[in-house]
Write a protein that binds this ligand. Structure first.
Ligand code: TYD
Length: 215
């Protein structure tokens, strides 16, 4: 399957990926502020979520106590939320020429459902590319985090862990490897950074990469 984005829009699509507690939302926020200061119109959003149906699916798939959710159902819920997000929010913004910063995208499904849940990376990738009619990010920022470090960071900030976060460390090890595999399959489309570096240093690398693509 080609890595070429089949849709050419005037906007720029950047996804933030990485394990839980990697600092994706902090970096997305910093990049958004830096780009806005330079006059760019930025839409910051997250998955699952970003639409009415997506937020409902988010609580169904992430909250504890929703009854049994088997792996395929889980994968399709994330994909359904993503389809709505792309068609209702992301594509219209890209068509207006905005910069879209998305906290998690297809690689999260490939890593968590494809590898973590054992559904197969290629099958999950195919289902998701169908759901979004092939829309891929122009750049994916991968914040690489050691699972125990990520767990430490997120439980320090917020004690409650969702259904996926509360999986054991070896699940999160597989997720980490899966993200790194995705990045090495198309290095020109990824910026891989060690999440433990100082926040400002990471922000500078990310801004430089974004500005290069906007030039
Ligand atoms: P996230 O929004 O990053 O968590 P938080 O609310 O703590 O910032 O993601 C929620 C969880 O959903 C996370 O554990 C990863 C998982 N997830 C998947 O398993 N598959 C997906 O496709 C996506 C987008 C998220």
């Amino acid at each position: 399957m080609t890595n070429q984005n089949p849709r050419r829009t005037s906007g720029l699509f950047i996804a933030f990926e990485g394990g839980d507690g990697a600092g994706k939302s902090t970096q997305a926020k910093l990049l958004s502020e830096a780009l806005e200061l330079r006059g760019h119109k930025v839409l910051r959003t997250r998955e699952p979520g970003g639409t009415v149906v997506g937020e409902k699916l988010r609580s169904l798939v992430l909250d504890h106590g929703q009854g049994e959710i088997d792996a395929r159902t889980e994968a399709l819920m994330f994909a359904a939320a993503r389809a709505a997000h792309v068609h209702q929010v992301i594509l219209p913004a890209l068509e207006r020429g905005d910069v879209v910063l998305c906290d998690r995208y297809i690689d999260s499904s490939v890593a968590y459902q494809g590898v973590g849940r054992g559904l197969g990376a290629d099958s999950v990738l195919d289902v998701n590319l169908w759901a979004v009619e092939g829309l891929r990010p122009d750049l994916t920022v991968l914040l690489d985090v050691e699972p125990h470090e990520g767990r430490g960071r997120r439980t320090a900030g917020n004690a409650a862990e969702d259904r996926l976060e509360s999986e054991p460390d070896h699940f999160h090890e597989q997720i980490r490897d899966a993200f790194l595999d995705r990045a090495s399959s198309a290095p020109e489309l990824y910026l891989v950074l060690t999440a433990g570096k100082p926040i400002d240093e990471l922000a500078q690398y990310i801004l430089t990469a974004a500005l290069e693509r906007l030039a």
